[in-house]
Design a protein around this ligand. Structure first.
Ligand SMILES: Nc1ncnc2c1ncn2[C@@H]1O[C@H](COP(=O)(O)OP(=O)(O)OP(=O)(O)O)[C@@H](O)[C@H]1O
Length: 246
């Protein structure tokens, strides 16, 4: 997207936002409450139209979306298998692959959604997003409610998925903990792009520190320590949008 402005409901939320996502890249958007993170995600999903600037998607781009939460209706019990077959039916083997990739046993398919823990439900949402073989996976605050080791494990799974499938990943979060360290690139948003770069670059940027203080370095170290190795993925070149996922 180039110099995009967004004004959902007539109120300017984002201005002059330019970004490109390259295949296989994990990008995290951080920003304070109300900084426009969800609006940015909705722009990419096509649920909000730009009020200015331009937005281009690779033709045929498939996007898998993992919402922050799912409002479950206790009066309408639904099995995991049924949920995974919405909106389109898939064969049992495709379902088993997606469940395994999301870190769930195959027999969870027969269980009602209402009976799952928060972490299991989060992984079912991930499995559902994987069913469409996405080129781009968008996750909205995917570890809300998980503790820090649980969140670190979730992000390692996302990295493994990216490595296996080569899909781009865009995560949106106001959680400053391990999410940044799990990313190739971090975008700090506050109505516009305040700063962006590697997690280390952003964590030490004055614009970022003005918004969030200096408390993230410990969490970066924690993730690096648990993770045990680093990735050095190339970052998108200026023409990445011509090759890129979105
Ligand atoms: N359709 C809309 N109509 C009016 N205002 C909107 C609309 N959508 C978003 N906003 C406003 O835009 C601002 C940014 O919202 P957005 O949800 O994008 O922020 P966010 O960074 O995701 O926030 P949070 O961290 O709290 O989830 C908020 O003040 C919100 O009230």
């Amino acid at each position: 997207m180039d110099h995009v402005r967004a004004a959902p409901g007539g109120r300017q939320v984002l201005h002059d936002v330019s970004l490109a996502l390259a295949p296989g890249e994990i990008v995290t958007v951080v920003g304070p409450n109300g900084s426009g993170k969800t609006t940015l995600m909705r722009l990419i999903l096509g649920a909000v139209a730009p009020a200015g600037g331009s937005l281009r998607r690779k033709p045929g781009l498939r996007i898998g979306y993992v919402p922050q939460r799912l409002a479950l209706d206790a009066a309408l019990p639904m099995t995991v298998a049924r949920f995974l077959s919405l909106p389109r039916r898939h064969c049992a083997s495709a379902r088993a692959v997606a469940l395994a990739e999301a870190g769930l046993p195959a027999d969870i398919a027969a269980r009602p959604l209402q009976a799952l823990s928060g972490g299991q439900l989060q992984r079912v949402l991930l499995a559902r997003a994987l069913m469409s073989a996405p080129d781009l996976l968008i996750l909205d605050e995917p570890t809300t409610g998980l503790d820090q080791p649980g969140a670190a494990a979730f992000y390692r799974r996302i990295e493994a998925l990216r490595d296996a499938r080569g899909c781009a990943v865009l995560m949106v979060s106001h959680d400053l903990h391990v999410v940044m360290a799990a990313s190739d690139r971090v975008i700090c948003l506050n109505g516009h792009v305040c700063c962006e770069g590697t997690p280390e670059t952003v964590a030490s940027a004055p614009e970022y520190r003005a918004l969030f203080g200096t408390g993230t370095q410990g969490a970066l170290a924690l993730y690096r320590h648990e993770h045990g190795h680093r990735h050095d993925h190339p970052h998108p070149l200026p023409d990445a949008r011509d090759r890129g996922a979105a």
